[in-house]
Design a protein around this ligand. Structure first.
Ligand SMILES: *[C@@H]1O[C@H](CO)[C@@H](O)[C@H](O)[C@H]1NC(C)=O
Ligand SMILES: *[C@@H]1O[C@H](CO)[C@@H](O)[C@H](O)[C@H]1NC(C)=O
Ligand SMILES: *[C@@H]1O[C@H](CO)[C@@H](O)[C@H](O)[C@H]1NC(C)=O
Ligand SMILES: *[C@@H]1O[C@H](CO)[C@@H](O)[C@H](O)[C@H]1NC(C)=O
Ligand SMILES: *[C@@H]1O[C@H](CO)[C@@H](O)[C@H](O)[C@H]1NC(C)=O
Ligand SMILES: *[C@@H]1O[C@H](CO)[C@@H](O)[C@H](O)[C@H]1NC(C)=O
Length: 929
């Protein structure tokens, strides 16, 4: 056989020499060899010019093969072939070919240009070769759902560019490798955002060294392994974490108390371990929406106080956690709450769910506790289970709560306005009443933020997926999602059927593209539902079985135009918080009928922001009356409003034909809805209705920094107050640059975009020009120059390359404003030049007062002021490379404030910002210099 291949190869190579191939000969040889050893490759793999004659699944650059994508084609083979010889290969996706077996050869390390290695749902086995660490350009390594075994190689730590490590659902064993001596380890993956190692056979303790404040990881997924020992304290240092899954291991010991440092954490899975000691105190984790600590050995405790303080909570699973006492009624008023399971504890006394509990609450499971009394019956859409409590022994007990039956929620939405037809036995009726042959598979969600079967979640997910397909121009008629069972490992699974449009089946290109797209993890879906991977059922055309019934399917979305997708999508977003009103909204108006994805780019990707109707905002601003106006600018006006729940908001209403285009509007809502920081103004929602564009922000009562500096607002801005404003706003920007996901460049930092709240805490506002930094690896984005004269980074202005250092420049100008009290440009002269000239004089720093805003008493020592000025000047350095990062700016301001507070001579000015004294100017203490 080997000889035969060899001979054939030589024949082919010779042939191609004769034909003068447009493809590199060595590459032709590799693909031709695959043609012999693999079955079911696309039928157009003929001839000897893969690049020139467009072999399906092959892309080339300059006659070299750069990409192979053969997803879901039922390709079979027992070896990986000589793919490692395709030295220019950048992209390799062989996912969902169950018939592909064999081991990964060590020579895979030769693929130096490879950025994506995606082998989801094949049958590869054996160890992951140590040479994987040579793939220095690898960004995505996705080997989910194979049979890889043996240890995770230390060398993975060398993959400096790795963004996502997906090894879930294999047979990997051994310990979690960390660096030591010459060996690298997972602790070195400082650019990785996702570490997914769940459902393997990993063992040993979780090394404390694995976690550090250097990591930027957002998902740590280690569930369903055999990890032992305690949870390391170092986990609490990884401030970027959003999701921690450590469930179903053999972990013991107490949970580190510093977990509540993880301010952004939204999901915490610790269930099914043998954790002991007190329950962790989750107070302050205000973004937590999913908490599962069931089945551990915690010591008996009273109901923890954080039960009632976590405002984002959707799912609380605390089965067998030894909690005792009475359940606080406030738990159920958390507005997003969907599921509460507190079974098998020692809860006692009365159970009171309250009269106005969460609209979304579907299940309260209190089985096997000691509850004796029921204060309030539940709505008919909320299931309450009290079986196994003393109350059920009483004759008058409401039997509905003491049985084991479950309410069967029907989530079928009315089918679309089409007339069902009868399909032949080998075809299936699509939601748009076409008979065709769908491509079917399973979405495995590694975590899933929702816990009930609320149909709006399905509508939403369906709409998202459909819009992702449409944006990629795939020939898709409609999709169907099936009711999600939770699998044994608590992974949410959905069956997905994708129906073709225009013809009754998909061709190879389309099937491959659908799977590739899904396994490349569309960002919109991930940020709502969590990461997932897609495995398929072999498509009928490529040899899979035909299916002919739609059992288990609960919802479909037929989507003709993108408007309907968007409609579904936005009703979904809205419904997520306001389900009942959403139904009305659906009837009343189409919230985004005029959103045109062609001109406005893709669908906005919102986290938690609400949609408001025009009527609603009109009402809360008294018909946009003059009296509620609080500001105006080129874009339109800002109004103050009071929402129905009493919350004060600022409503920014764009005037007709305003400067902010659809794209900028979208940018602002997308970015704002994802950032949560005390020094950044938060978005409450938006309105895109009746031709209006409005953004609804939290109301910040004390106006802009510019107003305060110009004395308009009447707020005293003494030296210490100025330092604090500088610190607050620097923190807000540092968060945006270094912790937001994705990092964001503000692009319009200025004193007019810094607001002061009731405690005079500064917050960064106005994101109309902001840009997320994509993972291009370049560190800059090329963009049309925008911003405000006087604040604009000259280097950005000249090169059009935007980096975070452009914000640092603008922030430096704000610092100079704080120091000098002058506008960036006055009488045609730029503030930087003015200050530089003063600093160049021979009597500097004694002439410092020439520069200072002398309308205030600085009350701060000269040393501090000089440091503050030096910092400002380093921020406005001509060369971006020489400017500090925002994180460094924060630390320097902290130092200056500390120094200033230690200075006894400056006492009066910083003791209290409201402390006013006559005379206005207190000379600062001049020290020998
Ligand atoms: C291959 O090329 C086609 C057409 O240019 C493009 O649509 C597709 O995205 C490319 N595939 C990959 C994996 O780069
Ligand atoms: C592949 O990598 C080499 C060296 O790392 C580089 O010179 C070459 O340009 C890369 N090829 C492509 C297509 O990027
Ligand atoms: C859990 O830990 C406790 C205390 O360390 C120990 O006594 C018990 O045997 C452990 N249980 C299991 C199932 O390992
Ligand atoms: C939990 O932490 C909060 C804030 O740190 C604190 O106020 C509270 O007393 C703690 N609760 C317990 C039970 O330790
Ligand atoms: C549940 O109650 C609502 C009104 O509160 C009623 O309209 C609805 O028909 C009830 N549903 C069931 C299944 O009883
Ligand atoms: C596959 O289908 C797509 C869309 O229907 C079409 O554009 C493409 O030409 C087809 N490819 C082949 C090889 O038929």
């Amino acid at each position: 056989m080997g000889l035969l291949i060899h001979v054939l190869l030589i024949v082919m190579i010779t042939q191609s020499l004769v034909i003068a191939s447009g493809t590199d000969l060595a590459d032709v040889a590799v693909l031709s060899a695959l043609k012999i050893s693999w079955q079911n490759l696309p039928p157009n793999w003929i001839g000897s010019d893969p690049c020139g004659s467009g072999w399906d699944g092959i892309n080339c650059t300059n006659s070299r093969v750069t990409s192979i994508a053969l997803q879901g084609l039922n390709v079979k083979g027992t070896e990986f072939g000589d793919i490692p010889s395709l030295s220019e290969l950048q992209y390799l996706d062989l996912s969902n070919n169950r018939g592909l077996k064999g081991t990964l050869p060590p020579s895979i390390g030769n693929l130096k240009n490879l950025s994506h290695l995606i082998l989801v749902g094949c049958s590869f086995f054996g160890p992951i070769p140590e040479s994987i660490g040579s793939l220095q350009n690898l960004v995505l390594l996705s080997l989910n759902n194979n049979s890889f075994s043996g240890p995770i190689p230390h060398s993975i730590g060398n993959l400096f560019k790795l963004f996502r490590l997906d090894l879930n659902d294999n047979k990997l064993s051994g310990i979690l490798p960390v660096s030591s001596g010459n060996l690298s380890g997972l602790d070195m993956l400082v650019n990785a955002r996702h570490l997914h190692l769940g459902t393997n056979q990993l063992s040993g303790a979780i090394p404390p060294q694995l976690f550090s404040s250097k990591l930027k990881v957002i998902h740590v997924v280690l569930d369903n392994n055999q990890l032992t020992g305690s949870i390391p304290q170092t986990l609490g240092y990884v401030k970027t974490l959003l999701v921690v899954r450590l469930d179903s291991n053999l972990l013991s010991g107490t949970v580190p108390q510093n977990l509540n440092n993880l301010a952004n954490l939204s999901q915490l899975y610790l269930s099914n371990n043998n954790l002991t000691g007190p329950l962790p105190n989750l107070t302050g984790l205000n973004f937590l929406d999913y908490v599962d600590m069931s089945n551990n050995s915690f010591s008996p405790t009273d109901v923890p106080s954080w039960f009632t303080t976590l405002g984002s909570l959707m799912t609380l699973l605390m089965e067998r956690t030894q909690i005792r006492g009475e359940i606080p009624v406030d738990l159920f008023s958390s507005p997003h709450l969907e599921t509460v399971v507190l079974s098998n504890n020692q809860l006692n006394g009365s159970f009171d769910i309250g009269t106005s509990y969460s609209d979304n609450l579907r299940l309260v499971d209190l089985q096997n506790n000691s509850i004796t009394n029921l204060v309030q019956i539940t709505r008919n859409d909320t299931e309450l289970i009290l079986t196994g409590n003393p109350i059920c022994d009483r004759i008058e007990a409401t039997p509905g709560y003491c049985g084991v039956q479950k309410i069967n929620f029907s989530n079928t939405i009315p089918s679309n306005n089409c007339t069902p037809v009868v399909c032949s036995s080998d075809k299936i009726l699509s939601p748009r009443c076409n008979c065709s042959d769908p491509y079917t598979g399973t979405l495995h969600f590694i975590y899933f933020s929702f816990s009930n079967d609320n149909s709006s979640h399905f509508e939403f997910l369906t709409g998202f997926l459909m819009s992702v397909f449409q944006l990629n121009q795939l020939p898709i008629d409609s999709i169907l999602l099936s009711n999600p069972p939770i699998d044994i490992n608590f992974y949410r699974q959905f069956t997905l059927q994708v129906f073709p449009s225009g013809q009754d089946s998909f061709n190879r290109t389309a099937v491959s593209a659908i799977g590739t797209l899904l396994n490349s993890q569309p960002r919109q879906v991930i940020s709502y539902y969590g990461p997932f991977y897609f495995t398929d059922e072999t498509y009928s055309l490529f040899g899979g079985a035909k299916k002919s019934s739609n059992t288990g399917i609960i919802i479909g979305a037929a989507v003709g135009g993108s408007v309907l997708v968007l409609l579904l999508l936005f009703v979904g977003v809205y419904a997520f918080q306001q389900k009942r009103r959403a139904k009305r909204a659906l009837v009343q108006s189409n919230p985004l009928a005029s959103w045109d994805p062609k001109t406005s780019g893709s669908i906005p990707d919102l986290k938690g922001a609400r949609w408001f109707s025009f009527e609603e905002l009109k009402k809360c601003t008294d018909n946009f009356s003059e009296a509620t106006g609080i500001g105006s600018g080129g874009y339109g006006k800002v109004y103050r409003g009071t929402l129905a729940n009493g919350q004060l908001v600022a409503i920014k209403r764009a005037q007709q034909g305003s400067l902010q285009g659809d794209q900028e509007f979208k940018t602002e809502i997308e970015l704002l809805s994802r950032i949560h920081h005390k020094n950044v103004v938060s978005l409450v929602g938006f309105c895109y209705d009746k031709g209006e564009e409005m953004l609804v922000y939290e109301y910040i009562p004390n106006g802009t920094l510019l107003e305060s500096l110009s004395g308009k607002s009447g707020i005293r801005m003494d030296g210490m107050r100025r330092l604090r404003v500088a610190l607050d706003s620097a923190r807000g920007l540092a968060y945006m640059h270094e912790l937001a996901d994705p990092p964001i460049i503000h692009r319009d930092v200025k004193s007019n975009n810094i607001l002061l709240d009731q405690h005079l805490i500064a917050k960064i506002a106005d994101f109309g020009l902001s840009k997320p930094i994509k993972d291009s690896g370049k560190g800059y984005i090329t963009t049309q120059v925008k911003g405000t004269m006087g604040y604009m980074d000259p280097e950005y202005y000249m090169t059009e390359q935007l980096t975070e250092k452009s914000d640092v420049y603008s922030f430096g100008i704000v610092l100079l404003e704080l120091i000098t009290g002058r506008r960036p440009i006055e009488r045609g002269r730029h503030i930087v030049r003015e200050v530089k000239e003063a600093m160049d004089k021979s009597n500097y720093p004694n002439n410092l007062r020439e520069i200072l805003d002398d309308s205030i008493g600085w009350g701060t020592s000269l040393v501090c002021l000089e440091k503050f000025l030096d910092l400002a000047m380093s921020c406005v350095n001509d060369s971006a490379d020489n400017r500090p990062k925002m994180g460094e700016v924060v630390r320097e301001i902290e130092n200056i404030i500390e120094l200033a507070s230690l200075d006894p001579n400056s006492e009066p000015a910083f003791s209290s910002s409201s402390f006013d004294y006559s005379g206005g100017f207190v000379p600062f203490h001049v020290e020998g210099h």
